[in-house]
Ligand binder design. Structure first.
Ligand code: GUN
Ligand code: ZN
Length: 426
């Protein structure tokens, strides 16, 4: 067993923040060798029970759950900051050509990007991600192998896109489904890894490919599903033209058996209330991607309507449409989006709410509550050590914080990778 002593942040089951200014986190390995939280709370109340165990003391620091990024594209690490008039030209001009490089049979390109990507997640305090690979099965192997070596809980999948895609990224319907099933067998449940069936978005898949993906999903109820929906108005129009029989763009995924628990849909901006009710009823969740939505001019996630419908959501960077790997940038931008509001009836998201959406709330969206994204007993011990005095302004502002909300807000507004002193993987 190992004890850590520091300020400690975690979340109760109802999503409220629990904070100990002088906290204790005790971890011990489970039968697979994964460190799990065995105790968390005030040092004064718990230390005597664990006397004699080795202690790492981090005075002036804050231990917090590792961040969970609900939607990110590892092959788009080098696409960040590529401007375009909107989603569809951005895909054509920058994204598809970049992803086509992963067709290279030399595995070094994919492995190199995977290493850089995972280093960047760690530097930013992200310990779990639901990540798109490319349409090339080797891109999944490269990321999974590297994540396994680092003992990460990470979920990824081969992109399915058998039409309206250029040479180099377009796959073949039947082979793409065979590859998906083979990758599930190769990686799902290996160490801490999980597989996600990954249709890019409805416009780039034939009905046959979406139908095949739905059949694979039915055979594997515990694998994840990830895709994009209702991000951009041109995209929505295109999807409606291609699938006129479906009630809505989101309805396409429902019609092919791709809405369920463990299904994560990025963006969910241009939904109507029937769509939101469908998200709730099926247990699918939205990956809210605010930096991407502002960068590509896609729109504003409607927090008010989502809460009214009772749908599940969490935060995501959506790199490389997104502009930062940093959860602090994502949380701050989500705050701006909440203030603006799609209907102009903005909400003020609290710092505890924002933080929850990027940790325990995102884990809940993945069906991994009590596993990652929190530091309650039983959780896998993925955590970050934050230095609230990492910059002169952070030191000055956090010193003057009079409440947990003030402290967390200061970290969200002023923080970035410099805050993350270390990232510990279970
Ligand atoms: N829709 C389809 N593909 C993509 C992608 O790579 N990024 C984003 N943001 N939206 C998409
Ligand atoms: Zn995306």
């Amino acid at each position: 067993m190992h004890l850590y002593r520091s300020a400690l942040l975690r979340f109760a089951d109802d999503g409220s923040a629990l904070y100990d200014e002088d906290g204790l986190l005790a971890t011990a390995p489970d039968e697979r060798g994964v460190q799990r939280v065995v105790a968390a709370g005030p040092w004064q109340a718990l230390a005597a029970r664990h006397a004699g165990q080795p202690v790492t003391h981090w005075p002036g620091r804050l231990i917090a759950p590792g961040f969970v990024d609900l939607h990110i594209h590892y092959p788009q690490t080098d696409v960040i900051g590529s401007p375009a008039d909107g989603l569809l030209p951005w895909l054509e001009t920058y994204t598809f050509p970049h992803e086509a490089r992963f067709a290279d049979p030399d595995p070094d390109h994919a492995a190199g990007v995977a290493r850089f990507f995972l280093d960047e997640l760690a530097r930013n305090g992200v310990t779990t991600a639901l990540a798109f690979a490319t349409s090339h099965p080797g891109s999944v192997d490269a990321l999974m192998a590297e994540a396994r070596a680092r003992r990460l809980r990470l979920i990824s999948g081969k992109v399915l896109q058998d039409r309206h895609s250029p040479d180099g990224v377009r796959d073949q319907t039947e082979q793409s489904l065979i590859d998906t099933e083979a990758l599930i067998h190769r990686w799902h449940g290996v160490a801490r890894l999980g597989y996600a069936i990954t249709p890019r978005f409805a416009p780039t898949s034939t009905p046959a490919q979406l139908g095949g993906a739905g059949e694979i999903a039915a055979r594997h109820p515990d694998v994840w599903i990830q895709s994009h929906v209702a991000e951009n108005l041109d995209e929505v129009r295109w999807a409606r033209e291609l699938f006129p029989a479906s009630r809505s763009y989101l309805g396409v995924y429902a019609d092919f058996g791709l809405l369920r628990e463990r299904a994560i849909y990025a963006h969910c901006i241009h939904l109507d209330d029937a769509d939101r009710a469908l998200m709730r009823e099926t247990g699918a969740a939205a990956a809210v991607s605010p930096t991407s939505n502002l960068f590509l001019g896609s729109g504003f996630f409607d927090y008010t309507a989502a809460d009214r419908a009772g749908m599940t959501y969490g935060l995501a960077s959506d790199v490389g449409g997104g502009t930062s790997f940093s959860p602090f940038r994502t949380m701050l931008t989500a705050y701006y989006v909440g203030r603006e509001g799609q209907t102009k009836a903005g909400v003020s998201l609290s710092p505890e709410q924002l933080w929850w959406q990027h940790t325990a709330g995102a884990a809940q969206a993945l069906g991994l509550q009590g596993v990652v994204g929190n530091l309650q007993p039983g959780c896998e011990a993925d955590f970050v050590v934050l230095n609230p005095a990492a910059t002169p302004l952070l030191a000055r502002r956090t010193q003057a914080a009079n409440s947990l909300a003030e402290l967390l807000f200061a970290l969200i507004v002023l923080g970035d990778d410099r805050l993350v002193e270390c990232t510990v993987i279970a």
